[in-house]
Design a protein around this ligand. Structure first.
Ligand code: ZN
Ligand code: ZN
Length: 413
C-alpha cells in the first residue's frame, strides 16, 4: 500500500476553520471540521470544496470545543462518527441546544493518554493547555507514519504542565507535526494565567465600586482566576445563568467553582431566565435562584461585586438601575478584536458614559512565539506542517523542517 496522505482542506493559511484529512488506502480520518472565523452567522455550505463528502470516513476527531474546530459538524453526513473528550462533547451539545441545532450524532469519547483503534488508525489523545475546556493534542499512527496534531495550545495556562510533560517525553520518531501558529506576527499578551489572577486581585483592591468583567463562560481557566481573586479580596463573583449551567455541567471534571459555593452568586436576569423557561428549563432557573441575586442587588453595596457582563445583559441591568459609575471599573478579558464589533462598541460606550475606569486584563489562549519554537524543537518532527496562522510565511523562519502546504494540496507522508 502507498504511504498515508495528509490534506489540509482548510486552515493552512488562516486562523481557524480547521479541516484536515488523513487517508490510508480507503480509510479516512478527519481532524476537526471548523467553521471559518470570518464566515457570516447565516452562511451555510461552508465545508471545503476539496473534501469528498460522498465517501465514508472512519471518524471525525474534534480536538476541542471551539467553533473554529467543530462548527461545521452539522454539515457533515450524519453517519460519520464523531470523537471528542467527554466534557468537550457536553459543551458542544450545550451550545448547539442554545442555538437550536443539536443534531443526533454518534458521539464517542476518548480518555487522555489511552490509545484507541479506529480502522487502521491508532489515536492517542493528550489533554492539553488551551482556553477551551477539555482540549487535546492527537497522536495518530497509521501505515508506519506518526503524526502529531497540536490542535490549539499554549504553555501559560492552568494546564501548562501537561504540555511541558509531553515536551519532556515527546513521541518518538515523529514524521509530521501539524502545529498551530496563531500568535506568529501578533503582539497578543501571553502572560501566565496565575499572573492574571494577581492582576485581578490588584484591580479588585484598588476599585471602590464594582468591577464589571467580560469573559467567555466556557473559558474555565479565566472563571477560576476571577473566582480565586474574589476569594482573596472578599468579593463575590456574580455570573449569569448560562455560566452557572456551564460550571454545573463541568462540575464532575474537577474542582470548578459552583453556584452554592461561597463568593459566587448567580444573577437572574429577565431575558436569560425567559429563554430557559421557553426551553422547558424552569426547574434550572428555580434551582439557581436558590444561589441567586436579582440584578437590582448589584446596584447596592457596590464594593462587594465582580459582575460578569456581556452585551446582551446591558438592557436588563439598565432596567434594574445597574449602571456603571466612576467608582466602578471594567475589564475586557477576552480577545480585544470583539470590542471593535458593533456589540463591543456599544458595550464600551455604556461603560464610558458612566465614567467607569477601563483596565483590560487578558492573556491569549494560544502559545507565544517563543513557546511555539520550544514546542517544535522538543517534538523534532521530520516535517513541520504549519496550520492555523496568518504569518507562517513571514515569521516561519527559524523553524526546522517546515513543509508548507496549500489548502487542498495532498502530501504523501
Ligand atoms: Zn482555533
Ligand atoms: Zn481554540
Amino acid at each position: 500500500m502507498t504511504r498515508p496522505t495528509l490534506t489540509i482542506h482548510r486552515s493552512a493559511h488562516e486562523i481557524g476553520g480547521n479541516c484536515i484529512e488523513l487517508a490510508h488506502g480507503d480509510a479516512r480520518l478527519l481532524l476537526d471540521v471548523g467553521r471559518p472565523l470570518d464566515a457570516p452567522r447565516e452562511a451555510t455550505n461552508l465545508l471545503p470544496a476539496t473534501l469528498d463528502k460522498q465517501r465514508p470516513v472512519d471518524a471525525v476527531l474534534i480536538s476541542h470545543p471551539h467553533q473554529d474546530h467543530y462548527g461545521l459538524l452539522d454539515e457533515t453526513p450524519a453517519d460519520w462518527p464523531v470523537y471528542s473528550g467527554e466534557f468537550a462533547g457536553k459543551l458542544m451539545r450545550l451550545t448547539a441546544n442554545i442555538f437550536g441545532t443539536a443534531p443526533d450524532r454518534d458521539y464517542r469519547h476518548w480518555r487522555s493518554g489511552q490509545a484507541i483503534d479506529i480502522g487502521p488508525f491508532k489515536v492517542t489523545p493528550y489533554l492539553t493547555d488551551h482556553s477551551a475546556f477539555d482540549s487535546y493534542m492527537l497522536l495518530i499512527e497509521v501505515g508506519g507514519t506518526r503524526i502529531l496534531y497540536s490542535g490549539d495550545f499554549r504553555i501559560h495556562g492552568r494546564k501548562a504542565a501537561l504540555v511541558e510533560r509531553l515536551m519532556a517525553a515527546p513521541p518518538a520518531d515523529l514524521d509530521v507535526l501539524l502545529m498551530e501558529g496563531t500568535n506568529l506576527g501578533s503582539d497578543k499578551p501571553t502572560k501566565h494565567e496565575s499572573d492574571l489572577e494577581a492582576d485581578f486581585v490588584a484591580l479588585f483592591k484598588e476599585t471602590p465600586g464594582r468591577v464589571f468583567v467580560c469573559w467567555s463562560a466556557q473559558n474555565i481557566d479565566r472563571t477560576v482566576s476571577l473566582y480565586r481573586a474574589c476569594i482573596r479580596t472578599g468579593r463575590t463573583l456574580a455570573v449569569d445563568l448560562y455560566t452557572a449551567e456551564v460550571l454545573e455541567m463541568l462540575g464532575e471534571a474537577g474542582r470548578i467553582p459552583q453556584a452554592g459555593w461561597n463568593n459566587i452568586k448567580v444573577v437572574i436576569t429577565r431575558s436569560l431566565a425567559r429563554m430557559y423557561e421557553a426551553k422547558g428549563r424552569k426547574d434550572f432557573v428555580e434551582r439557581m435562584a436558590a444561589h441567586g441575586v436579582s440584578a437590582a442587588k448589584l446596584a447596592e453595596n457596590c464594593g462587594r461585586w465582580v459582575v460578569m457582563t456581556r452585551p446582551s445583559m446591558v438592557r436588563d441591568f439598565e432596567s434594574k438601575g445597574v449602571r456603571p459609575t466612576d467608582e466602578d471599573a471594567w475589564s475586557y478579558s477576552q480577545w480585544r478584536g470583539y470590542l471593535a464589533q458593533p456589540d463591543g462598541v456599544a458595550l464600551k460606550a455604556w461603560f464610558d458614559q458612566g465614567g467607569a475606569r477601563a483596565m483590560h486584563i487578558h492573556t491569549s489562549g494560544h502559545a507565544s512565539v517563543a513557546d511555539l519554537h520550544a514546542f517544535a524543537s522538543a517534538m523534532k518532527p521530520r516535517m513541520l506542517v504549519p496550520i492555523h496562522g496568518v504569518a507562517w510565511d513571514a515569521e516561519g523562519a527559524g523553524f526546522a523542517n517546515v513543509v508548507r502546504l496549500k489548502d487542498g494540496e495532498v502530501l504523501a507522508t
